[in-house]
Write a protein that binds this ligand. Sequence first.
Ligand code: ASP
Length: 307
Amino acid sequence: MPQNISIAIHGGAGTILRSTMTPELQAQYEAGLQQALDAGYKILADGGSSLDAVEVAVASLEDFPLFNAGRGAVFNNVGGHEMDAAIMYGKGLEAGAVCGVNHVKNPVKLARAIMDHSEHVVLCGLGAEQFAKLQQLPFCDDAYFYTDQRYNQWQQALLEDKVQLDHSDKKFGTVGAVALDKEGNLAAATSTGGMTNKKFGRMGDSPVIGAGTYANNQTCAISCTGHGELFIRCVVAYDVSCLMEYKGLSLKEACDIVVYDKLVKIGGEGGLIALDKNGNIEMPFNSEGMYRACRNSQGRNEVLIYR
Ligand code: ASP
């Protein structure tokens, strides 16, 4: 029997309310999600690997200025961008991650290059940028990463002297993808600009394997979005996998415990997208909304924002 193929993506979670969204803006977000979903699904439908599918879907979200990753990355405390990303392949638990890079057009591609072409899992800052140059990955100048929306958010955060999760009022803005290919291999990727006005080389959960990103063919593929510090402390992505592996829970049961119980108990707002080896999709979040979309070979095809 041919293996099911599935993909799910997210563009961040948080206080996303119908009342503060215009129809035009909503249409733009939906178009950005649809484009990324279609790009990733096409790879799977053409027989490609889940690893390529998540990389392409996340790169598409990074290129879309409304999401907090790549082009739309938020400003840090000194008016620059420090981006984090990770990718993981469930087949052999291969992983690559990058943190605190500036000017790299697609951090997810750098994470993939680290996985494929270095003997390391995580590279940071200037060293990671040096490796990106050796790999001939595209760089962009400050103008590419500038948007009025992000600049205004940073100015506001500076005024209030606070570190802000993407957009005003608790809206998270990481992007991510999880996929299952026809060979039965799972993969996950996540990319983020982190938090507006962040200081001192702060790194979130996205590039931390097992916290914001995880994939294991025996259990699931996960990409998270939310308050990174709390997601790291809860080891969210690996916890979902462990509940499945050691307790025999279903994907849904494991996700529900982590997102609606464990995270809530320590104030960890956000959500995740998850896929298991049978192609089941879960997209739970404990915030008001989460930009998300999914598609599988059994006819599920959704782009959603609100609860
Ligand atoms: N998890 C990300 C971080 O803390 C933020 C987000 O999801 O928006 O860097």
